[in-house]
Design a protein around this ligand. Sequence first.
Ligand SMILES: *[C@@H]1O[C@H](CO)[C@@H](O)[C@H](O)[C@H]1NC(C)=O
Ligand SMILES: *[C@@H]1O[C@H](CO)[C@@H](O)[C@H](O)[C@H]1NC(C)=O
Ligand SMILES: *[C@@H]1O[C@H](CO)[C@@H](O)[C@H](O)[C@H]1NC(C)=O
Ligand SMILES: *[C@@H]1O[C@H](CO)[C@@H](O)[C@H](O)[C@H]1NC(C)=O
Ligand SMILES: *[C@@H]1O[C@H](CO)[C@@H](O)[C@H](O)[C@H]1NC(C)=O
Ligand SMILES: *[C@@H]1O[C@H](CO)[C@@H](O)[C@H](O)[C@H]1NC(C)=O
Ligand SMILES: *[C@@H]1O[C@H](CO)[C@@H](O)[C@H](O)[C@H]1NC(C)=O
Ligand SMILES: *[C@@H]1O[C@H](CO)[C@@H](O)[C@H](O)[C@H]1NC(C)=O
Ligand SMILES: *[C@@H]1O[C@H](CO)[C@@H](O)[C@H](O)[C@H]1NC(C)=O
Ligand SMILES: *[C@@H]1O[C@H](CO)[C@@H](O)[C@H](O)[C@H]1NC(C)=O
Ligand SMILES: *[C@@H]1O[C@H](CO)[C@@H](O)[C@H](O)[C@H]1NC(C)=O
Ligand SMILES: *[C@@H]1O[C@H](CO)[C@@H](O)[C@H](O)[C@H]1NC(C)=O
Length: 405
Amino acid sequence: MLPFLPLLLLAAVAYGGHVVKRDTTCTVHPSGNFTDDSPAIVDAFALCGQGGTIEFLNETYWIEKVMNTTGLNDVQIDLRGTLLWSAANISYWLDNSLPLGFQNQSSAWFLGGNNIVFNGYGYGTFDGNGQIWYDFTKGVSNLAGRPHALTIWETNNSTFEGIRFVQSQMWTMTLASSSFVNMTDIFVSSTSNDSQPARNTDGADTLDSHHITFRRWEVHNGDDSIAMKRNSSDILIEDSVFYTGLGVAIGSIGQFPGEFEFVERVLTRNCSFIGTEFVGYIKTWTGVEQGFPPNGGGGGIGYVRDITWTNSTLNNVQTPAEITQCTSFSGAVGQCDTSTLQISNITWSGLEGSILGSAIASLACSAAAPCPDLRILNNDFVLGTNASAGTYSCHAVASTEGFTC
Ligand SMILES: *[C@@H]1O[C@H](CO)[C@@H](O)[C@H](O)[C@H]1NC(C)=O
Ligand SMILES: *[C@@H]1O[C@H](CO)[C@@H](O)[C@H](O)[C@H]1NC(C)=O
Ligand SMILES: *[C@@H]1O[C@H](CO)[C@@H](O)[C@H](O)[C@H]1NC(C)=O
Ligand SMILES: *[C@@H]1O[C@H](CO)[C@@H](O)[C@H](O)[C@H]1NC(C)=O
Ligand SMILES: *[C@@H]1O[C@H](CO)[C@@H](O)[C@H](O)[C@H]1NC(C)=O
Ligand SMILES: *[C@@H]1O[C@H](CO)[C@@H](O)[C@H](O)[C@H]1NC(C)=O
Ligand SMILES: *[C@@H]1O[C@H](CO)[C@@H](O)[C@H](O)[C@H]1NC(C)=O
Ligand SMILES: *[C@@H]1O[C@H](CO)[C@@H](O)[C@H](O)[C@H]1NC(C)=O
Ligand SMILES: *[C@@H]1O[C@H](CO)[C@@H](O)[C@H](O)[C@H]1NC(C)=O
Ligand SMILES: *[C@@H]1O[C@H](CO)[C@@H](O)[C@H](O)[C@H]1NC(C)=O
Ligand SMILES: *[C@@H]1O[C@H](CO)[C@@H](O)[C@H](O)[C@H]1NC(C)=O
Ligand SMILES: *[C@@H]1O[C@H](CO)[C@@H](O)[C@H](O)[C@H]1NC(C)=O
């Protein structure tokens, strides 16, 4: 005879997987036959998302629909298997991915709440089936409706650890309107297996988020390794290794006319940058609007300050330090001296290792708001053999320490 199971609940199955609930623990069982498991997953969060545990087995879950599991409280999520997103119906995702309310970005899964512990134990995996997206997108920037893998939404006092993200559909994860979140031991790999680029596959982005720690990350991708966007502060990135992407970015910000945005107190330390474009770079839009989001815009105001990249190693990085104030993804050019978005007190220090490009730094601030207090010091670079190797190119830089333009 089966033992008596209190509160045993088998959700009806008009769909793939099902949920078994015992006390406050919901175990999601996949269909195992590639029918949609997302309704069962959403049910598990509804049944156990307030003071409970959601368990995924060491199996593969097939996800064909968007999921919105926000407003959780005191919940433990154990991912011991693989969540595999279907990309068979591209038009479904283009029509239905959940809007972030920023730059036409949208997401396959909104997850959030207070006191969440999400553990992947080093092998729980998000697989976005991204190659299908890279092939479909053909390098077009910010294709509307192309979903991010995960949005961590309105989340406080929470931890995400030991999770793998492979072949993300677009941006891997965005922390939006979230605070006091630790993201620890996270592996991200989104690379294309053919000539179509894995563009817009950011490792992580922050938006309206504060007191976020990224610790022990490994990122292989084709865009920003980690990027701090609008209204982000008190961010720590440490003990991480970044391969092939663009490095740790601030921005882009200033895309929306008249809107005030800031990024401050971001510290990146004890990391390795391997074959990345930059170690640290800052990108703002022009002071005048040129085109419209997602790929055009400008005219935003605000500031970027107190940003440091330090004590890290480089291996074949193109240009360690970069600032531009005329970002555009739609080919707009010029107006590079119009932004009033003030960049100040930026440091690249304690960096050691090899550089491929000729410039150590390419710092193009806006003449409408020249940058004070740019510091590049105590570094130990191995330069390429190019005659112009080791240059510091500057525009509208108000004051420097440790280098001359
Ligand atoms: C897939 O598995 C579910 C149960 O998990 C079952 O209800 C459904 O009939 C199966 N579908 C196919 C096509 O085998
Ligand atoms: C998960 O299951 C697979 C077999 O399906 C097995 O090879 C693997 O070791 C299991 N992983 C863990 C961590 O239990
Ligand atoms: C794909 O999604 C679209 C839009 O949501 C829907 O109309 C269509 O029926 C779906 N196609 C298949 C084959 O499921
Ligand atoms: C998610 O669900 C909540 C609660 O129903 C709703 O308020 C919110 O708008 C939804 N979010 C998205 C992005 O659809
Ligand atoms: C982006 O969103 C704006 C509204 O926020 C809309 O007017 C515009 O058409 C969208 N662009 C694309 C490419 O979908
Ligand atoms: C933060 O979350 C942890 C569990 O993850 C919990 O033990 C602690 O009480 C929470 N702190 C606050 C202030 O809610
Ligand atoms: C690339 O990945 C896609 C999707 O997984 C697969 O269909 C295709 O065969 C792969 N191509 C190569 C060249 O490996
Ligand atoms: C995040 O990590 C710090 C230590 O680095 C710790 O003080 C803090 O309590 C952690 N926060 C959560 C939500 O676990
Ligand atoms: C958010 O979590 C922090 C601790 O991580 C706690 O001090 C703070 O009170 C929480 N804020 C809210 C609004 O719950
Ligand atoms: C960003 O922060 C500024 C300053 O606090 C605030 O005025 C602005 O409304 C914020 N932007 C958004 C979109 O929340
Ligand atoms: C400059 O930024 C650093 C952090 O990167 C901070 O410690 C320092 O206080 C800032 N300096 C000023 C004058 O604000
Ligand atoms: C960088 O390393 C130096 C020398 O070891 C140390 O004094 C400094 O505190 C470190 N900086 C940070 C931000 O950890």
